[in-house]
Design a protein around this ligand. Structure first.
Ligand code: CP
Ligand code: NVA
Length: 300
């Protein structure tokens, strides 16, 4: 077709109304209704590549299943086994894949790399996590909150720990899209570089969680930051999500974690066990929301 492909490289690639329609479709599909997107098998006859430069459990499995359940097939490509590992440029890799497959899901380091891929390949391209963003995660997180507690707009989200990480940045961009207050509780050296009127950053974990509706955290040592482990564990220790902080939040506050979780580090072990059901619902929603996302990307 002559249409430019749709991409999902950043939270900012979707409009609020589109995300709302997507959430409605996902909720309907979870209730046993139709998939939406015009057909129940919008990816029939298509092959989508998953190109990963970092490890993954949830994102990989949920996308492989989502593609399959929508009628397509998934081709998993570990960057270490591609010519990329011997210096072939991402642009050339994109040109080749663009001639052979109908879409790409990419996990890598630099955001510029997925932008290059999207530009050069001419096929729908999805950010499956970069150093800058994890938009599929935050879309599923917001769906999960709304499924359990109702509209997020006007509510307060507290994010504790590494406010400079990919998941935090996607939350920051989502705050203005969905119009909720976002409070980062983090050491100043790890504040988020995204600024908008919906965000407050504080070095006080107590201040961050006060009367919050959602408490959220992510690993202290993101993939690729392993050499800073000692420094990070020391800096983030006062920002552990635990039951004593939870008491400062709203009585019905939800606790979410994108996983993998390191008990005793970013989240207290007992709190994790108490809230494990919600957290694994959140993980399952990656599959449901990404099916909706693939329908949105391919709908015309
Ligand atoms: N939360 C998340 O993206 O998990 P994976 O790294 O296992 O994909
Ligand atoms: N911030 C984490 C998210 C893992 C899903 C990382 O980048 O490793």
């Amino acid at each position: 077709s002559s249409h430019l492909p749709r991409h999902f490289l950043s939270v900012t690639d979707i409009r609020e109304a589109e995300a709302r329609a997507l959430f409605e479709q996902v909720a309907n599909q979870k209730r046993g209704g139709a998939q939406g997107g015009g057909s129940d098998l919008p990816l029939q006859g298509q092959v989508w590549a998953l190109l990963f430069r970092k490890p993954s459990t949830r994102t990989r499995v949920s996308f492989e299943l989502a593609i399959r359940q929508l009628g397509g097939s998934a081709l998993f490509l570990s960057a270490a086994e591609l010519q990329l590992s011997r210096g072939e440029p991402m642009g050339d890799t994109a040109c080749v894949l663009g001639r052979m497959v109908q879409g790409a899901i990419i996990r890598t380091f630099a955001q510029e790399e997925i932008e290059t891929f999207a530009r050069s390949s001419g096929i729908p391209t999805v950010n499956a996590l970069t150093d800058q963003e994890h938009p599929c995660q935050v879309l599923a997180d917001i769906f999960t909150f709304e499924e359990k507690r109702g509209p997020l707009s006007g509510k307060t989200v507290a994010f504790l720990g590494d406010a400079s990480c990919n998941v935090a940045r996607s939350w920051a961009l989502a705050a203005s899209l969905f119009r909720f207050q976002l409070r980062f509780g983090a050491p100043r050296a790890f504040f988020c570089d995204v600024e908008n009127p919906w965000i407050v950053q504080t070095e006080s974990a107590y201040e961050a969680v006060r009367d919050a509706d959602l408490l959220y955290t992510d690993v202290w040592i993101s993939m690729g930051r392993e050499e800073e482990s000692a420094l990070r564990e020391k800096a983030f220790a006062p920002y552990q999500l635990n039951r004593s902080l939870l008491r400062r939040a709203k009585a019905d506050a939800l606790v979410l974690h994108c996983l993998p979780a390191y008990r005793g580090k970013e989240i207290e072990g007992d709190l994790f066990e108490e809230r494990a059901r919600d957290i694994f619902d959140q993980a399952e929603n990656r599959l449901h929301v990404q099916k909706g996302l693939l329908c949105w990307l391919t709908a015309r």
